[in-house]
Write a protein that binds this ligand. Structure first.
Ligand code: SF4
Length: 203
């Protein structure tokens, strides 16, 4: 296994552990995102690092979609995440078309906290979640004083940075982060791994 594949697998493992932490926290704190919303995905200001999108890029490569998606990202001038697909039903407005490979920010937003100097936690969330769960922050802070482990976004960004500092130090608009991650994977297989076809065929 190449170094880049190893890094990507570490990110996958990190995501699994993170998702499990957040699910267990939400269960204990008794809250969750609003079903069918996905409004945050329509923000034009979502940023991610290349490292966050490496598993997505490898996934595309294995599915023989990397070049096609790369070209579409090159010509895509929209600031909205290219993975967001609209769906107009009564209960669902749209959603992520490759949810398993979403970025770190997509996992943390609505589920993690920042902490101020006095130790109080603030949920990273939109107005809709805050108004749906108006007592959440107060409740979480009370539970935290009683020993509940609050998921802090900075801890997870630090863990990501520990996997690879260079690939995680720069934030890009999310479509650009995807494009750069795909470019890295394409270059990796094209220039440095003579067994690239073996890799595709093995997956
Ligand atoms: S990657 Fe998926 S979850 Fe994240 S902003 Fe894009 S559509 Fe939304």
């Amino acid at each position: 296994m190449s170094h880049l594949e190893d890094i990507s697998l570490q990110v996958v493992q990190f995501y699994l552990s993170l998702d499990s932490d957040l699910a267990s926290f939400q269960k204990q704190a008794n809250y969750g995102c609003i079903t069918g919303c996905s409004k945050c995905c329509t923000s034009p200001n979502i940023e991610a690092t290349i490292l966050e999108m490496l598993p997505y890029a490898f996934h595309l490569y294995k599915d023989n979609q990397a070049e096609t998606i790369y070209d579409s990202l090159l010509s895509n001038k929209s600031p909205i995440c290219s993975l967001y697909k609209t769906l107009q039903t009564e209960t669902q407005k749209g959603g992520c078309s490759d949810y398993a490979y979403r970025a770190l920010v997509c996992r943390l937003f609505g589920s993690s906290f920042t902490r101020d100097k006095s130790g109080e936690s603030t949920l990273l969330a939109c107005k809709d979640i805050k108004s749906t769960f108006p007592t959440l922050q107060v409740d979480v802070n009370k539970q935290a004083h009683d020993g509940l482990q609050v998921p802090l976004a900075t801890n997870y960004y630090n863990q990501l940075s520990d996997i690879d500092y260079n690939l995680s130090k720069q934030q890009y608009p999310i479509n650009e982060a995807m494009r750069l991650a795909i470019e890295m994977v394409l270059n990796h297989f094209h220039y440095s791994d003579p067994s690239s076809e073996d890799h595709k065929n093995a997956s």
